[in-house]
Design a protein around this ligand. Structure first.
Ligand code: NAD
Ligand code: AHE
Ligand code: ZN
Length: 376
């Protein structure tokens, strides 16, 4: 009942590199400015695996991971006005308050309203988590979303209200991976018709980049992966050619620069590998090519290149959630999906019950999935 703690199923990450513990937790009622959501469907993104592997400098344990989901508002805390019980929502790790310097800037989505708290795994109202074990041990939140739980509590700034007719077990993908790839193309790079694009890493994020680049009218889309099993999907999504770096004895940037003469107008790194980030920059077109870092690299990793690469006109950029201002634009992405013409359904290669979440992580590591959607 609203105002009461809820006992429900969740997956606790007790420590790095250990399987998740699927068990009961207590979810406190939402505090002021907070929303308690019943999660209907949650997918796994590579970033969940990265954090579980202990690679995220902000990673805290024990925690409840998960950030690509959709659900229904169960109750709201004091002062919450933008959603009400029964509303269909997508939790957004990139919050949007509409009021801060970043929300007001047309070129940024990096809302600052709750970021310090989501990075520390707690809620802003009292600096505490809303999750505890049955014996009262606190469990940290993750990315302000923690969707690997039947119920979660998030800040109001992190809740996008979406059309009630949208299938939650599909549009959950707009909470991270697919939205990020689309946005990297439309918002960050602003890909123009008739241009050339190279995409490194053909998971859901890289494929979403390909989908969007094709829609933006790119005429050449080079897809790169060390796993050739990814190539049929890349072609179907719109790649014009596929390259496996393992088939070549020179660096991949040299291969692409030869194929294209001066490099591609836009390149996207969708892996999280700093050596590939360098390669992607170095096959961006001399004079104007843009290289967008989408992949998230492990703690301690740094990028490097010869400054000459920038002196001669290449631009290095990055994107978080594809630059989308979440609470405003996620509902629009859902409407766009409902209108038809997007490939959203095709990213879902596997479906499992939530209790099989550890198998879903195994699948993610196997390279055989794009997205696995878990339902409760
Ligand atoms: P994924 O694991 O499904 O896909 C990664 C792909 O990269 C795989 O196909 C793999 O075979 C390929 N790959 C690995 N090493 C390679 C190499 N050296 N050369 C070429 N290909 C290689 O991951 P995903 O869920 O699509 O996420 C991709 C990346 O994007 C991750 O780093 C994730 O953390 C990040 N991410 C960032 C944002 C953001 O907002 N910036 C959002 C979502 C995901
Ligand atoms: N917490 C990390 C890095 C993780 C990271 O960069 N996350 C991306 C989203 S990945 C989604 O799958 C992001 O949006 N970052 C911006 C932000 O504010 O977190 C670290 O290095 O500390
Ligand atoms: Zn993600």
């Amino acid at each position: 009942a609203p105002g009461e703690p809820i006992e429900c199923l969740a997956a606790i990450a007790w420590e790095a590199k250990k399987p998740l513990d699927v068990t009961k937790v207590i979810v406190a009622p939402p505090g002021p400015g907070e929303v308690r959501i019943k999660i209907i469907a949650t997918a796994l993104c590579h970033t969940d695996a990265y954090t579980l592997d202990g690679l995220d400098p902000e990673g805290l344990f024990p925690c409840i991971l998960g950030h690509e989901a959709a659900g229904v508002v169960e109750s709201v805390g004091e002062g919450v006005t933008s959603v009400k019980p029964g509303d269909h929502v997508i939790p957004c790790y990139q919050a949007y308050c509409g009021d801060c310097k970043f929300c007001k800037h047309p070129e940024s989505n990096l809302c600052i309203s709750v970021r310090a708290f989501t990075g520390k795994g707690v809620m802003k109202a009292d600096g505490k988590p809303r999750f505890t074990t049955l014996d009262g041990k606190p469990i940290f939140h993750f990315m302000g979303t923690s969707t690997f739980s039947e119920y979660t509590v998030v800040h109001e700034q992190s809740v996008a209200l979406v059309d009630k007719t949208a299938p939650l077990d599909k549009v959950c993908l707009l909470g991270c991976g697919v939205a990020t790839g689309w946005g990297a193309v439309f918002n960050t790079a602003k890909v123009q018709p008739g241009t050339s694009v190279a995409v490194f890493g053909l998971g859901a994020v890289g494929l979403a980049v390909i989908e969007a680049a094709a829609r933006a009218g790119a005429s050449r889309i080079i897809a790169v992966d060390i796993n050739a099993d990814k190539f049929p999907a890349a072609k179907e999504w719109g790649a014009t050619e596929c390259i496996n770096p393992k088939d070549h004895d020179k660096p991949i940037q040299a291969v692409i620069n030869e194929l294209t003469e001066w490099g591609c107008d836009y390149t996207f790194e969708c892996i999280g590998n700093v050596a590939v980030m360098r390669a992607a920059l170095e096959c961006a077109h001399r004079g104007w090519g843009q290289s967008v870092v989408v992949g998230v690299a492990a703690a301690g990793q740094e990028i490097s290149t010869r400054p000459f690469q920038l002196v001669t006109g290449r631009q290095w950029k990055g994107t978080a959630f594809g630059g989308y201002k979440s609470r405003v634009q996620v509902p629009q992405l859902v409407d766009e999906y409902l209108a038809g013409g997007t490939l959203l359904d095709k990213y879902i290669t596997h479906r499992l019950p939530f209790t099989q979440i550890n198998e879903a992580f195994d699948l993610l590591h196997s390279g055989k999935t794009l997205r696995t959607v878990l339902t409760f």
